[in-house]
Design a protein around this ligand. Structure first.
Ligand SMILES: [Fe+2]
Length: 482
């Protein structure tokens, strides 16, 4: 059976649009979804999904690409099995949770397992203990395990801690980030759980770093909840030893009309980020400070217009940034605002129109995005023009997803786009001090990691030209420096 496009194949198989549709249906669109689609037996649909999912790259390669680009065959999805007892923790990951604190998250099949973390600075010697909370969720016929979230601290910076979850099972360890520069971020978007994912994570872990940043699209579970568990197990070796800070992509939405109309149910239950610690009311956008860097995680798939909660929160968050304390300001979001790939053209445009001026006025240094499965680095931009006081825009949606790469870039290239390449890989932002940082992009060459692009960046906090009296406007003398 051949379908005109993968989307048509998916609709034919499931009776509803695939969850990885690039834009969220508006509430009015949701109401228009016909009941006959909803009545399609879901169990049958899931069974078909499991059978046909591995065939999707083949279907994609057979189908006529709707927007002019074709993707190479992706590598196989890895399903990581559960090999511990019901009482033992699985899917352990940590995340920064306010000043000097870390949130430890894990899942147990045993519903009676306690939400406690024992920890200390010596292996096997736990002189501190914290109790947290737990949650669980249902998604159609799937019931999650017990999801534990425990906040521990205060912790010393740049220190190794050893910890055990729930009083059972293996010991884990992590290192806290430094209190001051230098600090190194690993940046990986659209990670997925394929052989490419494994390769990318091996390359990330082959060199030390402090904090992992992920601008959306984690597990590609796409409503198949066991794939969230599999993803948690796959990333545990990395995510239990360094804080993983994530924001949502379109693959986290998992909306199902009427039954799960708001989306993000599995994502919010499993990947709790420090939104309360940063005065946000939603797990879909938040910020944190680490070693002289203010990192803002925005949500491409929740409201962002000027009357939205996210917009108001961003205004408030940016107004509280002290560039003496955090000279670097970095933003992550999923759908790129600047993109010369033929894939996902214009999908970040509404958000850019709403929020770009806020980031520009705040002199944000770098904006990372995912979504497009390729790497692209732009110059400093404001409102589609090179501007020395605007952020550097980087798309890094090439972590290893099962959909393959976005091979085709628009021609001719834009002068704003300085490097672009459709290869899997990851990035590293090493901030040396309040002025200088080094960005590098590392291509996956099978088992090797090769630097494909690198550049030195200067923080805008030290640019006198960008902090003149005409703060809101474009400084002409700065423009001359281009
Ligand atoms: Fe995406």
């Amino acid at each position: 059976m051949l379908f005109q496009t993968p989307k048509h194949a998916f609709i034919a198989l499931h009776g509803f649009l695939p969850p990885q549709q690039p834009s969220i249906p508006s509430s009015s669109q949701q109401k228009q979804i016909k009941m006959d689609k909803l009545l399609f037996p879901h169990v049958f649909s899931l069974a078909l999904t499991f059978f046909f999912l591995p065939q999707m790259p083949l279907l994609q390669s057979l189908a006529s690409p709707p927007d002019g680009y074709s993707r190479p065959p992706a590598r196989n999805v890895i399903f990581t099995t559960h090999d511990r007892s019901d009482q033992e923790p699985q899917q352990v990951h940590i995340s920064l949770a306010g000043s000097d604190h870390m949130r430890v998250t894990w899942i147990t099949d045993d519903k009676h397992s306690k939400s406690i973390v024992e920890y200390g600075t010596q292996p096997g010697r736990y002189d501190a203990k914290a109790t947290g909370e737990h949650t669980s969720y249902h998604y159609f016929f799937y019931s999650s395990g017990k999801i534990h979230h425990v906040k521990i601290g205060p912790l010393e910076p740049n220190t190794s801690y050893y910890y055990r979850c729930g009083g059972h099972g293996p010991e884990f360890s992590f290192k806290t980030p430094p209190a001051t520069f230098p600090i190194e971020f690993a940046v990986v978007g659209d990670l997925g759980q394929t052989e490419w994912t494994k390769s990318t994570l091996a390359h990330v872990d082959s060199q030390d770093y402090d904090v992992f940043l992920l601008p959306g699209d984690l597990s590609y579970a796409d409503s198949q909840q066991p794939l969230w568990d599999s993803f948690g197990r796959l990333v545990e070796p990395s995510a239990s030893r360094r804080p993983w800070m994530v924001t949502e992509g379109n693959h986290e939405i998992e909306i199902f009309p009427i039954i799960y109309p708001h989306g993000f149910k599995p994502y919010n239950a499993r990947w709790q980020m420090p939104y309360e610690e940063s005065n946000s009311t939603s797990n879909l956008y938040y910020s944190f400070d680490v070693a002289g860097t203010h990192v803002i995680m925005l949500g491409s798939y929740t409201d962002f217009d000027c009357d939205s909660d996210q917009y108001k929160w961003l205004v408030s968050d940016l107004s509280g940034v002290d560039r003496q304390k955090t000279p670097w300001v970095v933003v992550l979001l999923h759908a790129p605002w600047y993109n010369t790939n033929t894939a996902h053209q214009g999908e970040g445009e509404s958000m850019r129109n709403a929020m770009e001026v806020l980031l520009y006025k705040a002199r944000v240094d770098v904006v990372f995005a995912g979504h497009v499965h390729a790497y692209e680095r732009f110059t400093r931009i404001y409102d589609n023009m090179a501007d020395p006081c605007g952020p550097v825009y980087i798309t890094i949606g090439d972590g290893g997803n099962r959909e393959g790469l976005a091979l085709t870039f628009k021609k001719p290239s834009s002068p704003l786009s300085l490097y672009r390449e459709p290869s899997f890989g990851h990035g590293r932002l090493r901030i040396l001090d309040e002025k200088r940082a080094h960005w590098s992009w590392h291509r996956n060459n099978d088992s090797d990691s090769v630097v494909g692009d690198e550049v030195w960046l200067d923080s805008l906090s030290t640019s006198k030209a960008c902090w003149g009296a005409d703060h809101d406007g474009i400084n002409n003398s700065s423009k001359d420096e281009l």
